[in-house]
Write a protein that binds this ligand. Sequence first.
Ligand code: SF4
Length: 660
Amino acid sequence: MVYGWAGTILRIDLSRGKVSKTPSSEYTRLFIGGRGINSKLMFDESKPGVSAFDPENPIILGAGALVGTGITSAVTLQITSRSPEQHPEGFGELNIGGHWATELKFAGYDHIVIKGRAEKPTYIYIENDDVQFKDAAGIWGKGTFDTERIIREDLDDRRVQILAIGPAGEKLVRLATIEHERRSGTALGGVFGAKNLKAVVVRGTKGIRVYDPEAILKINEERLETIKKLLEEGEGESSIGADCNKYCFEKRDVGTVGYFEGFEWPELDKTNGAPYVEKHVVKRIGCYSCPIADVAVLNVPGVGISVMRCYPFFWPRLVRLTDMDVAFKATMLCSDYGLDNRNLLTAISWLMSLYDKGIITAKDTDGIPMEWGRADAIIRTIHKVANREGFGDILADGALNLAKKLGPKARAHLLHRRGMMIGSEEYRCDVGGALAAAVDPTASADHTVREIGFGVFWERHLKKLGKEKEIEEAYKRSKEIYGTEKAIIPWEYEGKAQMEVAEEKFSIIMDLLGLCYFAHACDPLLFQSYMVGKPIPEVTPMTLACFKATFGLDVTEKFLLTTAERTWNVEKAYNMREGFTRKDDTAYERYFKEPIPDGPRKGMKLDKAKFEKMKDEYYKLRGWDIETGNPTRETFVKLGIKDVADSLDKLGRLPKKKKP
Ligand code: SF4
């Protein structure tokens, strides 16, 4: 009897209109599920050098292993492909909640591998064992909002779950996203567009058999108690990310305004999300089996009805925008067009900073003056990128692409890693964050490893609250776990490599199992740490209990940690095969030269020599070659994936053996 897994990987060839099925068990032993199996499938099913928009580039959809079991917040879907957003292209992935992954498992599948290119616009409709290719002519060109509505009407089923692209993905905009319930992640929408694939729709009625349903109910009770406590403590009270600014500025000191130009801004309070949400919220919705239901549906007069998530509360300060209605409208537009608002809005921040410094004029942006906070500049740029018009056509291929045209000063001002824009937090005083971004195969670290913010201890905030005991305990734990108290001091380099490895493992385990990052604090052990940014364990007794209740397997902490490590090495192996090395594991160059101009971390900047030494330590801990920054044959073999080492060896991509 198989518990927990649906048991099947669905393989779809759009060029031939063919469908086949293989057992998930070929992969579960070494990779468990979700991100783990997706990553190995991506390595196995793709060929080196095949571009993101080539029909042969696979796109893989995979449910986390605990999804569909009813465990609170076990909901996430991993989408993996080659990222068109990166320059040069590399390993790409994103992780989203909602209902899609659960429905996939209820239909009988753990993962889907999609390859090829349909002859004409198509959407895939999966209803349990039945897989159909449906004509998408009527929805091609439509936004994602209309697309979802029309598909539901056509199929006469409100319960189908939909992943769809908007016009941006159809036009192969490199910043295009795949949307589900107005949520998305890094940009893989162009991969759907290049396959003439408008949407993947799923409906399942089979359910998932679990080993011990009673135990799952008990786990859920405990998780619910912790959620109640969390809400009582006043955390996570409004909606996802509505209080992000509060965390960044008041507690963690990593807030930044303009194009990463400082901490202080008198208008900051106007961008606070919580009051805006309270004013306009009409309903709170959540993902399957999650009582937190922290997604706020807003009805904003004169703008429309949609949801507000975390990034919309971050980006207004990056463009010095105080009118939150404009932020809401821009976010809606991005979601409807299917655009990565994180990368696009940060690109607009860069353009506004260039304009402010006199490096560009309105002539460079089709007559649009890119003044700080200017609403029409934001809205018109979104339209132009989505429709590939004028300078928007160049920006549609990424900010780095536009920077090349705007000249060396504009390029030097751009903070990016392989074309991926920096997130919204200050890394000059958070060296762990800078390391995370540097070594992440997706060149981003947002929503792949850097959710929890290990190493950004809230000491100043705790002092204000008089919580001296908490501070003392955090330092003690830092010393115990990472060998030094300095590990939890955000700007110190000592112990950071070790902490980064722990954070990566924690995040990957969440993604293997399909547990939502936002809800990680449902775990009582993690909750205590989440409140103050203290070191947390990568695996808790509750994680192991979830595994046992679902699969009936007594796994150890080591088993989960090793699977996480294996997954990370396979993701890295994809990029190794493309020729990536240590030189690609960079931080944002300007951050080594320009200090933070104001605020509680004034004067801090990254130190090149210390940063490179921290990378050395990180590679050593990972069992990677220090010179190339890549895993060695021995590391792959030790992790039980000799096949990956052999495949890289044939291409001459393994680090050379050092003479003893
Ligand atoms: S915390 Fe929010 S995003 Fe996470 S599973 Fe629950 S409702 Fe979904």
